[in-house]
Design a protein around this ligand. Structure first.
Ligand SMILES: [Zn+2]
Length: 181
């Protein structure tokens, strides 16, 4: 596709957007061409032309070469659409972060296993947690009654050797019921 104002080849369009502070900046957007001579770019609500008049919208889209609106026809149509994002179980953070280990050896005789209680050094304080799963670079540890684990580096945690006496903790919620892990 060529710019209808300067005749040069277009590989993208420059489009104006607001950044998080409300200042505007240009983004290079790829476009789709349709058989109907329509050309489409996908923008978000941060597009500076959003909710403006058609004429003003055209002032936010430029040919990168001549800096003009690249079409002779000034007509612009906008369509709102809704993107639905769903999550498969396997995209949970713990599952995304590499493969689980059955145990992790830290130093000489320190071994961490899923289900173990640990003490985590959080600055000048210590917290008791229970290991949900192990990764090469840290463990997911339950520190509260929710099922979510917090990634914890091995060098900040130590085994709590008498953790078995903690019969009544709610750490990890239902995660440790039903024989898991
Ligand atoms: Zn141009």
């Amino acid at each position: 596709m060529k710019c209808e104002k300067c005749g040069r080849l277009l590989t993208h369009l420059d489009v104006n957007f607001f950044d998080h502070e409300g200042a505007d900046y240009e983004q290079q957007l790829p476009f789709n061409e349709y058989d109907t001579d329509a050309v489409e770019v996908e923008v978000t609500q941060n597009w500076t032309g959003y909710d403006l008049s058609e004429e003003e919208m055209a002032e936010t889209i430029y040919c990168p070469h001549c800096r003009q609106f690249p079409f002779k026809n000034p007509e612009i149509q906008t369509f709102d659409f809704t993107r639905v994002v769903m999550f498969k179980q396997s995209t949970a953070r713990e599952d995304r972060e590499g493969s689980s280990l059955d145990e992790y050896r830290y130093g000489g005789d320190t071994v961490f296993r899923p289900g173990d209680y640990i003490v985590y050094r959080n600055g000048s304080r210590y917290e008791i947690g229970r290991i949900k799963s192990l990764r090469p670079d840290g463990a997911f540890v339950a520190y509260h009654s929710g099922e979510t684990g917090a990634k914890t580096p091995y060098d900040l945690m130590r085994p709590l050797v008498n953790g078995y006496v903690l019969e009544k903790t709610t750490l990890g919620g239902d995660y440790f019921k039903e024989g898991r892990p």
